[in-house]
Design a protein around this ligand. Structure first.
Ligand SMILES: Cc1ncc(COP(=O)(O)O)c(C=O)c1O
Length: 366
């Protein structure tokens, strides 16, 4: 969610020269840059295994698929996420159990997970909303107690931290998006799955590549399980390698920007997204909650089109789920979704850009 031309120009020379060398070599699928990126990203996260995929959405789907969920299995998640989170659960044929969020963090309410677990629950799928880590210590201990898997939707949280560890090494697996505009982004759709589990890793490698265990050097090539074509392009991985070197710098600038927003916007009429003491957010956006949101948003968006509303409607109220019986208690999800405005917080914003936008927010909120 920022000016992608500016982003390209920041590393133009390196990106063009890498693209040229990849094109000259002619290995556009699963080239060496893909493996290099997987190596680099797993080191970045402090995790054992990393599998690149074609998008964050596919990453979620493959992660769920790898746990062999069947029709009556339930996945506990939130409804205030981007719609692919819920779609991935529906596409593997499992049941979505949306539970409510905490208004201050905008993340899954870890205190109500346990009472929502049934004999059919198999997975907890927390989403680090807008880059803000969930209470992973509690989520992991509940998962351990009930023998559930945890898949983190970290699509907005690349580079975020929990208890001084990068998101990506904490649970059964974590899924990131590298779609253009994400915190770490390439030049087309892309995604990453990280895990410390070797069996899961091997399964994911097959699921992303037609069920194969090796790339076809010589035919016949065997397909061991029914899989997808969900590979990352070599050019995309090459660009991600360049930008990964700057990811910590991006995160620090985003954190600096968030602090400037907090200082200027501090007011009884504006609520901020709370970051847990043990966490460091990646600040995909600086999310505020205000009354009279729609009016304020329209004006702000006309001043700065990077001011966004996301994600509305909540997943359970979206058209594609209209046939699901709505007996969920999602009061906080519904209330906050009518209050949220996402302000840009990216690394190319200067303190003055933030001050200008904040002044406009204050003028409209009063
Ligand atoms: C929370 C969340 N999950 C999943 C996705 C899907 O990622 P992708 O767009 O790479 O498929 C997104 C995309 O924005 C997202 O915000």
């Amino acid at each position: 969610m920022y000016d992608l031309t500016k982003h390209f120009l920041a590393d133009k020379k390196q990106i063009l020269s890498k693209i040229e060398s990849v094109l000259n070599r002619g290995i556009l699928e699963m080239g060496e840059e893909v493996e290099q990126f997987e190596e680099n990203f797993k080191k970045y996260c402090g995790v054992k295994y990393c599998v690149t995929v074609s998008s964050g959405s596919m990453g979620l789907l493959l992660a769920l698929k790898s746990f062999n969920l069947s029709k009556n299995d339930e996945v506990i998640t939130v409804s205030n996420s981007d719609i692919p989170t819920s779609h991935a659960i529906s596409l593997v044929g499992a049941k979505i159990k949306w539970i409510d969020i905490k208004a201050n963090t905008l993340n899954i309410d870890e205190d109500i997970i346990e009472k929502n677990i049934t004999k059919n629950t198999k997975v907890i799928l927390p989403v680090h909303m807008f880059g803000n880590p969930c209470k992973m210590s509690k989520i992991k201990s509940i998962a351990k107690k009930f023998k559930l898997k945890v898949i983190e939707d970290a699509c907005l949280a690349t580079g975020a931290e929990y208890e001084n560890k990068k998101i990506g090494c904490l649970s059964d697996c974590s899924v990131f998006s590298t779609n253009p505009g994400k915190i770490l982004d390439g030049i087309g759709p892309g995604g990453i799955i990280t895990t410390n589990n070797k069996d899961l890793y091997n399964k994911l490698l097959q699921l992303r590549d037609y069920g194969r265990r090796e790339r076809p050097k010589k035919w016949p090539v065997k397909s061991y399980i029914v899989g997808y074509n969900s590979k990352m392009s070599t050019i995309n991985a090459a660009v991600l390698n360049i930008r990964l070197k700057k990811l910590n710098e991006y995160i620090d600038l985003r954190n600096r920007n968030a602090e400037i927003y907090k200082e200027i916007l501090f007011s009884k009429k504006i609520k901020f997204q709370h970051t847990l003491q043990e966490a460091k957010s990646a600040w995909r956006n600086f999310t505020i909650r205000v009354k009279n949101r729609d009016k304020i948003f329209d004006k702000l968006n006309s001043i700065n089109p990077l001011v966004k509303l996301s994600y509305i409607p909540p997943n359970h109220m979206d058209k594609c789920y209209k046939n699901i019986k709505n007996n969920y208690d999602l009061r906080i999800t519904e209330k906050t979704s009518s209050e949220i405005i996402n302000l840009p917080c990216h690394q190319y914003m200067t303190p003055n850009n933030i001050k200008d936008l904040s002044r406009n927010v204050l003028r409209l909120v009063k």
